[in-house]
Design a protein around this ligand. Structure first.
Ligand SMILES: N[C@@H](CCC(=O)N[C@@H](CS)C(=O)NCC(=O)O)C(=O)O
Length: 207
């Protein structure tokens, strides 16, 4: 299998971190240069029609895009350690946590950066800085909720590491680099402590 990825982009990083937590090897990483618009070229669009990474090419040539779908596939191939839930109830609660951080943390961080950072102008046209700033404020509302959640439990979805931790960590790392967002500096000590624990995992360096 081949995973089309992009250095520093948060969604491909979610997949590489997921694979590292599971100890999956043998997937070839194929870097796509987003700044050079390589993902918009016909050759890549033939594989990923909406021109996004990550995209997983299966050995039979089929393409799978969308981070959660790729993770679902990999979880099926490599069930242990379980990251998406053992039974229907646990799967539902982990999916709730994952979608919360995907939509209300990662997406807002993405919108903020894409609409305010000059380096992202190549990917986001037109940029609407006011919208980006508003998304930056809303992202902090989610981060404060997550800080309170992590005051009560060790991981984003509860007692153990799941895909939701991976999504939230990759989101915060993107914000740390391009928004200079540090939870501890904004009175979110539980989120900072969780982030620092996550950063110590070997999987945090898998991208
Ligand atoms: N919903 C998609 C989002 C994928 C996505 O937006 N990927 C970004 C990189 S993190 C991308 O390919 N951006 C290309 C662009 O904006 O032109 C997923 O979950 O995989």
């Amino acid at each position: 299998m081949q995973l089309y990825t992009a250095p520093r982009a948060p969604n491909p990083r979610r997949v590489t971190m997921f694979m590292a937590e599971k100890g999956i090897s043998g997937v070839t990483l194929v870097p796509i240069d987003l700044n050079a618009q390589e993902h918009k070229a016909a050759a890549f669009r033939a594989k990923s029609p909406l021109a996004t990474v990550p995209a997983l090419e299966l050995d039979d040539g089929r393409m799978l895009t969308e981070t959660r779908a790729i993770c679902t596939y990999l979880e099926g191939l490599h069930p242990e350690p379980n990251l998406m839930g053992q039974d229907f109830e646990e799967r539902a609660f982990i999916e709730m946590a994952d979608r919360r951080v995907e939509w209300y943390l990662l997406a807002r961080i993405g919108h903020c950066i894409r609409h305010t950072h000059p380096g992202l102008a190549v990917l986001e046209q037109p940029q609407f800085p006011q919208y980006g700033e508003s998304e930056g404020r809303k992202m902090r509302e989610t981060a404060r909720w997550l800080d309170a959640t992590l005051a009560q439990q060790p991981f984003v979805a509860g007692a153990r590491l799941t895909i939701a931790d991976i999504t939230a960590f990759c989101a915060l790392e993107f914000a740390r680099g391009l928004m200079k967002f540090q939870p501890g500096a904004e009175d979110m000590p539980h989120l900072q402590a969780w982030r620092d624990r996550m950063a110590e995992r070997p999987s945090a360096r898998a991208f």
